[in-house]
Design a protein around this ligand. Structure first.
Ligand SMILES: Nc1nc2c(c(=O)[nH]1)N[C@H]1C(S)=C(S)[C@@H](COP(=O)(O)OP(=O)(O)OC[C@H]3O[C@@H](n4cnc5c(=O)[nH]c(N)nc54)[C@H](O)[C@@H]3O)O[C@H]1N2
Ligand SMILES: Nc1nc2c(c(=O)[nH]1)N[C@H]1C(S)=C(S)[C@@H](COP(=O)(O)OP(=O)(O)OC[C@H]3O[C@@H](n4cnc5c(=O)[nH]c(N)nc54)[C@H](O)[C@@H]3O)O[C@H]1N2
Ligand code: SF4
Ligand SMILES: [Mo]
Length: 775
């Protein structure tokens, strides 16, 4: 176990260095460099005409939805020129590329050779242009017809002892329509083994919020940002991962709002913004963003929230009725007194020390919140990918309900989602733990009995593969090997598969670390024109604020062999289920309108779907807490205060906390480029950001080559050959890039209740690099 396979040495994680250059980290985001970086990518990949055609239609009403992140478009006015950011343009460049991978490419390049490339090089090869098949024992992918591909997969699925020996993964770009038919097929086939990227992402949010406020989604709309007094941004790096959020923050500031950033790193996009769409921004004048920057220790957020609540309680005692919203608390909550008693147990100084922030700064935060309830709290992976992620989300709810900052204009909870349709996937029942009510509805609409047992999530899927219990893995997008934790363990698991099938736009590492048989089924991307039976189709997506909107691709697909994801599902369903099926797959294969009509029957909030989706700008899904109505896990129409303990961090001597982050030049495992401009890192990704004091104590210099070790559960994990970069980060804390450091994240280090890998905190030791004996 945990050794490189003989046939594929180091395929999971090439350990090689490039040529690191460092510059000073930036103090603001975007501006002219963002515009030029985006243009370079577009021109290199798609060319001028195709690139401009794509950019012009991106995020416009009647155009296509950016496939990047889930940040919403403005409800009303959209920019006549550009409704996208640098990273949206890079996402487009990545899929609009004219480079393509045909049978000749795969004949010339063996799987073993391809696996030696780094992720950047693999991604830059181009779009997959035809279905390919890697038979058992073969060294090269070979062409296969669509019909034969479906026959092979169907035969395998039908040969399994139980449908639960197969798992069906989803990454967050799949449309509502394809997600719905996909889960329908999987459930009619007979399993709830539907792991998805959410399991590694905002699952702690979904679990925490569903329990606390009755819906696993945020409660704000974009317009709330323009009508608020304080925005807290916790564990999120919007300048890179949700760049158009900076325009919303700029407008919020113009309207008088204050911003509090909570982050172990000083991120450029939280400090300042030069809006490339304004004269001011183009002249290089930046808007100052964070008014207060709380440089918390990794996973010190819970301690910080408790400390803020404590100081607010103190202020409330001094001026009774002025700080907490007693009417809200009385009408809508349960457990207030018990919560205050709980809060009283903690010493302020202890909380401040655990958070790593001086009491005086926490007091500043409390003062900013004291006299207003118009507060929006935003969060992302810094909060969710933690052992206590669910508890921290619930602590965010505690703070919000003390202030009555939910269900009113300018206030609310704002988890900022990842992929462009990850929220829609879950609404469409891509879920390993579907609710009985949802399954009853499927049964009522379609007439088959869906499986009731919960399926495997991501971590459980990997463990089941490893144990030989999962034999077939089907992925609707994504890059399972690189996105998941414990890379070598997961690679071992994937090598045990009898069959893997990847529906994909681009080649990635998951296609190259394989078991017996593997198929890659190429598909259309968001910007591609989608013509079925001579008719141009459109799909729809749900953004981070619950708006469902149409998206119509316009670019000529690079190959006639590409089909859309819904067609793949319907054809696979026919091949696998044949006359066993009670679903009219032929009709759904031909028309998204037909799929939407049945979604309207099966999923609440989608009544009149075909009509509403055609309204320019789309429609909002129902959201009771946004209207001030609550139905918590306890079913008593109240929000319950949650009492959580502080996380314990048992560290051995010489260990550091390590968080994993995204560079400015990547979308998850897709590496757009090798620079992280805002953090001043160029031409290298195998870096470890360290505090200078820590470096001095350990005797490391800038550029020192080191190996990183994790020993969770008594098993040694090693990430070799990283370069030390001095950085403004709290002592004892370090950061590395995902996915290179995923080797170090233990498969069984997961968040309580959500089972999300703890990608934002593992404990490591750092040693000078040693050259391996076998090299
Ligand atoms: N361009 C681009 N856009 C993306 C993505 C991408 O890869 N590239 N990915 C998409 C996806 S799927 C997602 S989920 C989102 C992710 O969006 P983010 O959550 O913003 O992404 P990360 O880089 O993982 O980390 C977020 C921030 O958390 C901070 N952090 C780390 N540990 C802690 C902690 O313990 N406490 C606090 N308070 N902060 C901490 C890091 O310093 C970093 O600034 O972005 C989406 N958008
Ligand atoms: N250490 C660490 N690990 C993490 C994280 C972290 O912060 N730290 N973040 C986690 C998070 S938040 C997430 S969401 C996951 C992401 O996990 P995934 O969703 O599995 O990964 P992505 O990199 O987004 O997937 C990219 C691949 O999707 C395919 N693709 C792109 N567009 C399409 C499309 O339109 N259709 C189809 N069929 N395929 C397409 C391409 O082949 C591309 O290579 O990773 C998680 N892993
Ligand atoms: S903010 Fe997100 S959705 Fe909007 S253009 Fe940028 S990457 Fe695309
Ligand atoms: Mo994500």
């Amino acid at each position: 176990m945990n050794k490189h396979s003989k046939e594929q040495p180091a395929a999971e994680n090439p350990e090689e260095l490039l040529d690191l250059k460092l510059t000073k980290p930036e103090k603001w985001a975007a501006g002219i460099p963002a515009v030029s970086a985006a243009m370079v990518d577009i021109l290199q990949e798609a060319g001028f005409v195709r690139g401009m055609e794509g950019l012009f239609k991106m995020n416009k009403k009647g155009g296509f939805d950016c496939s990047g992140c889930a940040w919403p478009d403005p409800d009303d006015d959209r920019s006549p020129i550009a409704e996208y950011c640098e990273n949206g343009a890079k996402a487009l460049a990545e899929e609009a590329t004219t480079k393509k991978l045909t049978a000749e490419f795969f004949a010339q390049n063996s799987v073993e050779e391809l696996a030696k490339l780094n992720d950047y090089e693999i991604g830059k090869k181009g779009r997959i242009a035809q279905p390919v098949y890697l038979p058992k024992g073969a060294t090269h992918y070979q062409p296969i017809s669509w019909d034969d591909a479906f026959k092979q997969i169907a035969a395998k699925l039908n040969s399994l002892a139980s449908p639960n020996e197969a798992a069906f993964y989803t990454s967050g770009r799949t449309s509502n329509e394809a997600s719905f038919t996909y889960q329908l097929f999987v459930r009619e086939y007979g399993t709830n083994n539907m792991p998805d990227c959410s399991n590694m992402c905002h699952e702690s949010t979904s679990v925490g919020l569903a329990d606390a406020i009755g819906i696993g989604k945020g409660t704000v709309t974009l317009n709330d940002f323009y009508d608020t007094d304080v925005i807290i941004i916790m564990g999120q790096n919007p300048g890179t991962n949700h760049p158009r959020m900076l325009s919303a923050l700029e407008k919020a500031k113009q309207n008088g709002s204050k911003i509090i950033a909570v982050n172990p790193l000083h991120e450029a996009g939280l400090m300042g913004f030069k809006n490339p769409q304004t004269v001011k921004g183009l002249l290089g004048i930046s808007t100052h963003l964070a008014d207060l920057y709380l440089q918390v220790k990794i996973n010190g957020d819970m301690a910080l929230l408790l400390a803020i609540e404590k100081l607010l309680y103190k202020a409330e005692m001094e001026t009774p009725g002025k700080v907490f919203d007693h009417e809200f608390i009385k009408n809508n909550t349960e457990g207030y007194v018990a919560f205050l008693n709980h809060l009283n147990q903690f010493e302020l100084e202890y909380l401040a020390a655990e958070a790593g922030i001086p009491v005086a700064q926490i007091q500043q935060a409390a003062d900013m919140l004291k006299n207003t309830s118009r507060i929006i709290i935003c969060w992302a992976m810094g909060v969710t990918q933690q052992k206590n992620g669910v508890a921290t989300v619930k602590e965010i709810v505690n703070l919000s309900i003390l202030k009555g900052a939910i269900g009113k204009p300018g206030a609310g909870l704002c988890p900022v989602r990842g992929h462009s349709n990850v929220q829609g996937n879950r609404t469409m029942m891509i879920w390993d733990k579907p609710k009985p009510k949802q399954l009853d509805k499927l049964k009522e609409v379609f007439g088959f009995e869906p499986p009731r047992d919960h399926g495997y999530d991501v971590v459980e899927s990997i463990q089941a593969m490893h144990a030989g219990k999962l034999k077939v893995f089907f992925a609707m997008g994504g890059n399972f090997l690189s996105a998941t934790p414990d890379t070598l363990y997961t690679a071992d698991a994937m090598r045990k598969l009898e069959m893997a099938v990847h529906v994909s736009t681009k080649l990635n590492r998951s296609h190259l670390v394989h078991g017996d048989e593997t198929l890659i089924l190429p598909t259309l991307s968001r910007s591609d024109k989608d013509v079925v039976n001579g008719e141009a189709q459109f799909i729809s997506c749900e953004n981070s604020m619950g708006v469902v909107q149409m998206s119509k691709g316009i670019l000529e697909p690079i190959s006639k062999d590409l089909v859309n994801e819904n067609q793949i599902v319907c054809r696979l369903a026919k091949a696998t289920l044949g006359s066993r099926s009670v679903v009219d797959w032929d009709t759904y294969e031909k028309s998204y309108d037909a799929v939407r009509d049945v979604i309207a029957k099966a999923i609440p909030g989608f009544e009149d779907y075909n009509k509403k989706v055609r309204i320019p700008g789309g429609f909002y899904l129902p959201n009771a807490p946004r209207e001030g109505k609550f139905e918590s896990g306890q079913n008593d129409a109240k929000v319950h205060f949650t009492m959580s303990d502080l996380p314990k961090h048992d560290m051995a001597a010489g260990e550091y906390r390590m968080t994993t982050i995204r560079s400015h030049d990547q979308f998850n495992t897709t590496i757009y480029g090798l620079d992280d401009r805002y953090r001043g890192v160029h031409n290298e990704r195998r870096v470890i950001f360290m505090n200078e004091q820590d470096m001095a104590e350990a005797g490391f210099k800038e550029g020192e080559q080191v190996d990183l070790y994790n020993n969770f559960g008594g098993r040694e994990r090693v990430a070799r050959l990283f370069v030390v970069v001095p950085y403004n980060i709290p002592q004892g804390n370090t950061a590395t890039y995902y996915p290179e450091a995923n080797v170090l994240i233990p498969i069984d280090s997961v968040a309580e209740k959500s089972n999300t890998p703890t990608s934002k905190l593992v404990f490591i030791s750092i040693k000078r690099h040693v050259v391996k004996a076998d090299k």
